[in-house]
Design a protein around this ligand. Structure first.
Ligand code: 5GP
Length: 348
């Protein structure tokens, strides 16, 4: 047994200290970023926020709604082959940067990916290989073989939370390492297993490791407000992935549920009982569900939420004098706090 006594931080443990700046207004801040990916050699330009590949969030509708703002969507993996092929083909003329094909590491996942590539290969540019535990050798092997087979695809993969595993994945061929174990809004991994890592520290440590090798990271999970998104970027994230913050909108799949006079949408983890019953016929006997289902208040079209997030991000940049999102991390000093916000009138 070993105890790491360093203090590890979550978003709620810090605030970003304001800095003197010559920036006249937030309208002058550029929150797009450009990357040249280490392995694929491809260029990206966009606002590096990605809708999570959860079936209620990473939908075709979400991708179409986010694309005009320059945001990306990791599509969930439960669409049929022909639906995916048709979507990517339709995307080809205009929205290249906006959609990741997601897959797990089973043979069925890989076979399906090959079939979609046969139909729409030249329209797929971004791929997300997603497992709950990115520490397994099988996962690293899968990623390395995938990279050999498709050298030109930009590959995001995870999830991990430590520098050494981030390095291993980048050396295995990953362009963007997905970071986060346990912080998600509908994730119960920490309670079910006791495993996890405070998300801001995971982001800071993994970003440092990735950038040393010319790789990128995506902070995945745990953002509850535009301020958290700013903190993730301030901590060094190149991309930020959002689930819960984008749930409950018109573009989030599922019906509106009326209850106690309010309107809601169902939102659940991809390893929740709900998801497993929907896609695999129930929770297998050897495993427990590591996600939960919640009702989130219905919030109308996602565009207003997106504008709030992007506005918050621009404003954060202005407070520290960052003219571009890229400069935010260099200009970020976190202060540790014991109270993040005043909750006299409830949150927000
Ligand atoms: P959020 O933005 O809602 O805080 O976090 C979204 C992330 O939570 C997803 O991108 C994914 O990494 C993670 N996630 C989604 N469903 C589950 C689940 O059922 N269990 C766990 N452990 N994590 C999940």
């Amino acid at each position: 047994m070993h105890i790491d006594r360093d203090i590890k931080l979550d978003f709620k443990d810090v605030l970003i200290r304001p800095k003197r700046s010559a920036l006249p207004s937030r309208a002058e801040v550029d929150i797009t970023r450009e990357f040249l990916f280490k392995h694929s050699g491809k260029r990206y330009r966009g606002v590096p926020v990605i809708a999570a590949n959860m079936d209620t969030v990473g939908s075709f509708d979400m991708a179409r709604a986010l694309a005009p703002y320059g945001l990306s969507t990791a599509l969930h993996k439960h669409y049929r082959d022909e639906e995916l092929a048709a979507f990517f083909k339709a995307l080809r003329p205009k929205l290249k940067a906006s959609a990741f094909y997601s897959l797990g590491i089973t043979k069925a996942d890989l076979d399906k990916f090959k079939r979609v590539m046969q139909r729409a290969g030249d329209a797929v540019h971004y791929v997300c290989i997603d497992v709950a535990n990115g520490y397994s050798e099988t996962f690293v092997k899968f990623v390395a073989e995938f990279r050999r087979a498709w050298p030109g695809l930009t590959l995001m993969a995870g999830n991990v939370v430590t520098g050494e595993m981030t390095e291993e994945l980048i050396l295995a061929g990953v362009d963007i390492v997905k970071v986060g174990i346990g912080p998600g809004s509908v994730c119960t991994t920490r309670v079910m297993t006791g495993v996890g890592y405070p998300q801001l520290s995971a982001v800071i440590e993994c970003a440092d490791a990735a950038h040393g090798l010319g790789g990128r990271i995506c902070a995945d999970g745990g953002c509850t407000s535009p301020g958290d998104v700013a903190k993730a970027f301030g901590g060094g994230a190149d991309f930020v992935m959002l689930g819960g913050m984008l749930a409950g909108h018109d573009e989030s799949a599922g019906e509106i549920v009326e209850q106690d006079g309010g309107r809601f949408k169902r939102f659940y983890g991809m390893s929740s009982r709900t998801a497993m019953e929907k896609y695999t016929g129930g929770v297998a006997q050897y495993r427990a569900s590591e996600g939960k289902e919640v009702l989130v208040p219905y919030r109308g079209p996602v565009s207003e939420t997106v504008q709030g997030i992007l506005g918050g991000l621009r404003s954060a940049c202005t407070y520290v004098g960052a003219r571009t999102l890229k400069e935010l991390t260099k200009r970020t000093t976190f202060v540790r706090v014991s109270m993040e916000s005043n909750e006299l009138f409830g949150e927000n």
